[in-house]
Design a binder for this molecule. Structure first.
Ligand SMILES: [Zn+2]
Length: 416
């Protein structure tokens, strides 16, 4: 597949007006949430007139974002049948790229955010130049293998640390040792596809709002806490995820948790000890396992395999971590009082019963929510959450401004 800039969607030079854009967005989101839907139901759900809905459906169909889904009526009907419309997943795809400490992950999703392909590539060299060159050279091949003729709408890149989505710059990723890396510009120049860059926490928050299990509540107000090698948060009210000046919002890495019963309070680069990121990071769990010789030469993937196999020491270790995470969750719940607080953490994604441990500990510590079972939930997307989140950066833009995509000619519709 050749990815020439002229062949792929770009922002229109003269974008449609705000009102048309927002009407199209409302219609497309209603179909995403409830589709397939007859136009009359879309009108009822959105409060738009039947004529406005028909006009928008026609325009969105022309762009390859909606399609009619005829259904065989149960009995003969008189008059024009109500042909439902649905999101058209045959024409476009979205690429998600998640850059982690030790590897990067390519994810291809359809317009409903469903994963079509996922590939993980270890970093041979974690320098920005090497990682971006690898992404730039592998992505066209992976698209060619998996897109089945569907046109890419864009590449969403998510990573930890401080990310400025306006400029597409990773301002600081301490563990990777990246400072002021122009990820968006470099990848856009290489790939010829629009590239959007976002912090992984804010990307996860957007994914929850757009396609998550608790999307209605997540669109009201949400805190998203990510726990991995990086620990950071995203705060959203309404449909807006808070960025703050230079997009520095959400750094909770130095909140103090102290030691657990297994994990010691680790010294932090800030000079103190017991900061949450330093203490509960994935690499601390791996270090503990190696120190105790529970698994010789263990990697974090090995530790997760032991958790999946229900090894008692692994279950205890993740219970200890989630107990420490609960201290941060309780604080965030009390300070922000969100409708919902979502936790993305590798243990929770594999052992749902760890959520009970989290609820019990948050209930003990929180003043605002002594019964947090309803408010504190695990990520909707399981172990593959970060790839989906990266793709959601572009999906979110597509659903917010659907008329801004450029219609593309597709060689042949893919099979559904
Ligand atoms: Zn610190």
């Amino acid at each position: 597949m050749t990815l020439a800039r002229a062949d792929v969607p770009t922002t229109r030079p003269e974008p449609p007006g705000d009102r048309r854009t927002s009407t199209a967005s409302v219609v497309l989101r209603a179909v995403l949430d409830h589709g397939p839907l007859p136009r009359s139901t879309i009108a009822r759900l959105t409060g738009l007139s039947g004529a406005a809905v028909s006009r928008q459906c026609a325009e969105l169909s022309e762009l390859g974002l909606l399609r009619e889904r005829p259904v065989r009526p149960a009995r003969a009907v008189v008059g024009r049948p109500h042909v439902p419309v649905d999101v058209d997943v045959r024409r476009h795809v979205v690429v998600g790229v998640h850059i982690a400490l030790l590897h990067w992950t390519f994810v291809l999703t359809d317009l409903r955010g469903r994963v079509l392909a996922e590939r993980r590539t270890p970093h041979r060299d974690p320098s920005p130049l090497a990682v971006l060159a690898d992404i730039g050279s592998r992505t066209p091949t992976l698209l060619d293998e998996h897109a089945e003729g569907r046109a890419p709408l864009g590449v969403g890149v998510a990573t930890g640390g401080w990310v400025d989505p306006e400029s597409g710059v990773v301002v600081r990723h301490a563990q990777l040792g990246w400072t002021d890396v122009e990820v968006g510009r470099v990848l856009e120049d290489t790939l010829g596809i629009p590239v959007r860059v976002e912090s992984h926490s804010r990307a996860l928050a957007k994914a929850e709002q757009l396609i998550g299990d608790h999307r209605t509540r997540a669109r009201s107000s949400q805190v998203h806490l990510f726990v991995g090698n990086v620990v950071d948060a995203a705060i959203a009210t309404g449909d807006t995820v808070l960025h703050g000046p230079r997009s520095a919002a959400g750094d909770v890495s130095h909140l103090h948790t102290g030691a657990g019963t297994i994990l010691p309070a680790a010294s932090c680069p800030c000079g103190r000890s017991g900061c949450v990121q330093a203490t509960v990071a994935d690499r601390q769990l791996t270090a503990h396992v190696r120190r105790r010789n529970l698994l010789p030469d263990a990697t974090f993937a090995d530790v997760l395999t032991s958790l999946e196999a229900n090894e008692p020491w692994a279950v205890d270790l993740f219970r200890d971590r989630i107990g420490l995470v609960a201290r941060v969750v309780a604080l965030l719940i009390d300070v922000i009082n969100p409708e919902i607080l979502v936790v993305s953490e590798a243990g929770l994604a594999r052992r749902p019963e760890l959520l009970d441990v989290l609820h019990a500990e948050v209930g003990r510590l929180s003043h605002a929510r002594p019964d947090p079972a309803d408010a504190v939930v695990a990520s909707s997307f399981g172990p593959g959450a970060l790839g989906v989140a990266a793709s959601a950066v572009v999906l979110d833009e597509t659903y917010s401004r659907p008329l801004w995509i450029q219609p593309v000619s597709v060689p042949r519709p893919a099979r559904t």
